[in-house]
Structure formats: structure tokens, C-alpha cells
Write a protein that binds this ligand. Sequence first.
Ligand SMILES: Cc1ncc(COP(=O)(O)O)c(C=O)c1O
Length: 389
Amino acid sequence: MVAALRPEQPVYCVRPHVLRETARHFVETFPGHVLYAVKCNAEPAFLDALHDGGIRHFDTASLPEISVVGELFADTQSYFMHPVKQRGAIRAAYGEHGVRHFVVDHPDELAKVLAETGAAPDVVIIVRLATARGAAVYDLGGKFGVSPIQAADLLRQAFAAGHRVGLSFHVGSQCLTPGSYTAALRLAAHTLDLARIPLSVIDVGGGFPVAYVGLYPPPLEDYVDAIHAGLARLDLPEDCELWCEPGRALVAAGASLVVRVELRRDNFLYINDGIYGSLSDLKHAGLRFPMRVLRPVGDRVEVITENLAEFSLFGPTCDAVDMMEGPYRLAADAREGDYIEIGQAGAYTLELRTDFNGFCPDNFVEVGDDAFLPTADMEPCPFLSAAAE
Ligand SMILES: Cc1ncc(COP(=O)(O)O)c(C=O)c1O
């Protein structure tokens, strides 16, 4: 791609075969419905590849997300998993898009959903439970979810109104400990003890992690074992459905981002994408994405993985906050005109873009090579980092 295009702007290199294979593995390994969390990456090329890999259920949080899925596929189901919804969106989701499952975590939201759907008997109410902060990079518990006592009240209220009900939670994104799911299911068991009604759905949410530099999570199979261990404590009806809502785990490896170095100042590289573009996770979550320098030489491109030094990166905007400290191990002689391939760039990158200062990456090409994943030699050297402080 770099040899052929020498792009001036950042380019997302999409790997549909990786997306298909990742989806297939997840669907085969998880013993229930896999709802892809559309918020993570809603580009049609990604959705198409996931669909090819067997994804038929979509966790959607807004009417535009529901519409994107509905326009692409005729054999899928969307679920309205945002606990706070606009009334018009509820009406359209139910009436025009065939959505039947709605998440709530407040009595007023339950009343809203029932009012806007005419309390139709086929509406299924999923109550979101708050979970303790575990070893997740992003905690989502502070904003959404209720205690077991409040969840039990909501479940009973919806059930008494004639609806099938479910429980959901989210242990936090990039959750590194499978035991967090077991612990959350313990809370679900406590909630059911209080509610004493049959559950139609238990949804263990998203949070399944991927590898970044220095972060190598256990395999998906360990998470499934932990979920089985948690489910064993729950007294569930035979026909209760098990769901999960992965985002990051399905799409991260499905794209690299190729950026260009515009200037080197000491060990700072000024590149053409940053935290207001695709790379906010590098700043806000401190995640170290795998990176390597691609250097055009004549009509070839050298991939430089030796003689590395530690760099920080500046994004293209005028804001001094637009900086990614790293450190990132890149070619010691990195310079203007070099490209940097950033791997694991399919999740929470292009969805979070802004066009602040006129910079908005929007170029896509399809590539057929292997996913670019982190390796141990990308980890910063502790001696060098300490010396720099
Ligand atoms: C309700 C819900 N489900 C699923 C996800 C996807 O999470 P992840 O990408 O960590 O799997 C999110 C992410 O914010 C979420 O809020």
C-alpha cells in the first residue's frame, strides 16, 4: 500500500479475512448469542466481514446504528442496549426496525419504553446491573447500571406488566481478568434471589480484551470458563438465552492505521493523526498499540524492526494535548517521510474521529496480509525509560 500510494493522509488498512476469522472463532467459542457492539466500529466494510464470519446479532445504542445494520442485512437482529434512549428512537426502533429488546436501569426509563412501544407484549426488558470496577482499562460502571435491589425491583415491575425480562452488565472495556465475569454473575445470582422471577436473557456484556504492547490477556476460552463458573450458581430456566456484546475483541485486529512522519524533533515524531483523530485510546487509556516504521526506498518499502529507540508522538492539531507519550519503540533513525504502521487499529479509532483543525482521516484500503500484533520487542526498555525521566 505504502509503495503504491505514498499517501499524504492517514490510511486505514482493512483486513476482512482477519475480521471474518475472528468473528468465526468468537461465535464458535461463546456458548450463546454474540451481539457485536456496533459503537466500536460501524464502517460497512467491518460489519460486512463480521456478518460473513457469522455475526447475526448487533448491540446498537442509537437509531443511526440500528439503521446502518438494517440497511446492510436482512437476516440480523438489533437490540437497543443504551440505558437512556430518546422517545422517538424507541418508537422508531420498535415500529420501523423490528427491535424488541430494550435495556433500562431506571424506573422512568422503563415507563418510557413501555409508553413508546404501547407496552406490546413482545417487548423484552433487559435490566442493567452495575458491576464493581475490576481489572478493566475502561470502567463503565459509574455511568450505568443499578444495585441488585434496584435491579430486582425493575425486573419484578417489568415482569408484572407482562414482559419477558433479562439481566445485563458490562465489566468494563479491555477487561484483563476472566474472574470479573464470574464476580458479576455472582451479583446477578443475588439479584435473582431477590427478584424471584424467571429470567429469559442473561447478557454478560462486552469487555473481552485484545493484546497491546505489554498487555497480553488470557485466551477467550478462559473467559468462557469463567462465565460457565458464574452461570453454575444461577438458577436459570432451560430456555434462558445467554448473550455477550463484544466490540474491541471482534474488530481491533481487523485494521492497521498507516500514518506519516511530518517532522522529527529529538525523540518526538510529529505525525498526521492524533488524539482528535483515530488515536484517542493512546492518550486516554494509555494503551500502547503495536507500531513499526515503513520506509519508502525507491519503489520498495523497508519494514524496520531493528535498531530501535524510544519516541513520543505528537498529533497534527495545534493543541498541545494532542500528544501520545508512549514511549514507542521505533526505528532509531526515524525521519520525515517515513510511515508508521499502527496495529490493532480496528476498535474505537475511526468511530471517535473529529475534524478538529481540519484533520480527519478518512481513507480506507483493503489488504490481505496477516494482522499486525504486538510482540515483546516492542515493549519499552525499563532502563531507558527510567533514564529519560
Ligand atoms: C453496553 C456496551 N456493550 C458493549 C460494549 C463493547 O465493549 P468492548 O468493546 O469492551 O467489548 C460497550 C462499550 O462501551 C458498551 O457500552
